[in-house]
Ligand binder design. Structure first.
Ligand code: PEP
Ligand code: MN
Length: 338
């Protein structure tokens, strides 16, 4: 961190800042120009968080030199992280596809979906039991009963399962049934929830917030990692822009940006990004070509009857076709679908 003093800041003001920093166990490096003095700070800056140096006498501005996220930062952890969920290794040598309905609706729906997506090539079953819906009058999910159905589908097919959690109570229930917890876009900055999923030690799928910058997203991941849980997978699911032709705008540039800044695996969800079934395939292919570690694709036995997100859900034949088209691209990218 660099502290830039105001032109003509008094020697007393500069000494005061240096003293505060040194009294907190950090080193200072002074650069005295004709007009401006710059104070370089070396050490763990978190100890200065409550010192309000920005408003101290003589201070003009403070510039961070390193990112606030450390555990998620590639600089301090250059090796890519591989997150294991059942038999799937996200961030490893192969592409991982998670698929299933937006919401768990019935035992038949979940079981039928699990069998179909496994046959097509998916390795993880998804399905929401706690649904964060925009309208309080929309279907809110089957809650614990839904989690039980996901567990039954896992037992029948061997597919590990991922479910979204929206509260402390949902976490307490989900840890009994699921292999991976999902934090949805709307909760990406629910810091309490992030800490709680961190404490479970279960792998966490962290979706990008609707209006979150990549920096905010990585700081959200940092909350989970800071609880001693290294198993975080990031999921780009589209962001809010001025464009209304799609539900959100898929930010594929997030993939190379995350790669350059973090060691965490990153997957793409073209279903929520577009909201339109016909756009899912082209963007899934583009995501793999851009280097994604995996995909999340919503599927339903009968999208016309889905209780949520039917318009963006693929039928099983459509999903099978998508996987078939993906295979050569995934192999070309060095991450085959196995
Ligand atoms: C979901 O995965 O069903 C979901 C609600 O996604 P998001 O949080 O990305 O909107
Ligand atoms: Mn959905």
């Amino acid at each position: 961190m660099i502290i830039i003093m105001k032109p003509g800041a008094s020697a007393a003001a500069i000494d005061n800042i240096v003293e505060i920093i040194q009294n907190n166990g950090l080193e200072t490096h002074l650069s005295t120009g004709h007009e401006v003095t710059i104070i370089g700070v070396v050490g763990d800056k978190t100890v200065l968080a409550d010192k309000n140096l920005e408003i101290a006498e003589g201070v003009d501005r403070i510039l961070p030199v390193t990112e606030s996220y450390k555990l998620a930062n590639k600089k301090f952890h250059p090796e890519p992280t591989v997150v294991t969920v059942g038999n799937a290794h996200i961030g490893g040598d192969s592409l991982v596809i998670m698929s299933g309905p937006c919401a768990v609706e019935s035992a038949e729906q979940v079981m039928e979906t699990a069998v179909a997506i496994k046959k097509a090539g998916a390795q993880i079953l998804r399905g929401g039991a706690y649904k964060p819906r925009t309208s309080p009058y929309s279907f809110q999910g089957m809650e614990e009963d839904g989690l039980k159905l996901m567990k039954e589908a896992r037992e029948a097919t061997g597919l590990p399962v991922v479910c979204e959690v929206t509260s402390q109570a949902a976490i307490e229930a989900a840890v009994k049934y699921v292999d991976m917890l999902q934090i949805g876009a709307r909760n990406m900055q629910n810091f309490f929830l992030l800490k709680e999923v961190g404490k479970t030690g279960l792998p966490v799928l962290l979706k990008r917030g609707l209006s979150a910058t990549i920096e905010e997203w990585l700081n959200a991941a940092e909350y989970i990692l800071a609880e001693g849980n290294p198993n975080v997978v990031l999921c780009e699911r589209g962001i809010r822009t001025f464009e209304t032709a799609t539900r959100n705008t898929l930010d594929l540039s997030a993939i190379p940006v995350i790669r350059s800044k973090s060691h965490l695996p990153v997957i793409v969800d073209p279903s929520h990004a577009t909201g339109v079934r016909d756009y899912v395939k082209p963007l899934a292919l583009a995501a793999v070509a851009a280097g994604a570690d995996g995909l999340m694709i919503e599927t339903h036995p009968c999208p016309e009857k889905a209780l949520s997100d039917g318009p963006q859900s693929l039928t099983f034949p459509q999903f099978e076709e998508l996987c078939a088209v993906l295979r050569p691209i995934a192999s070309l990218m060095g991450k085959p679908l196995i």
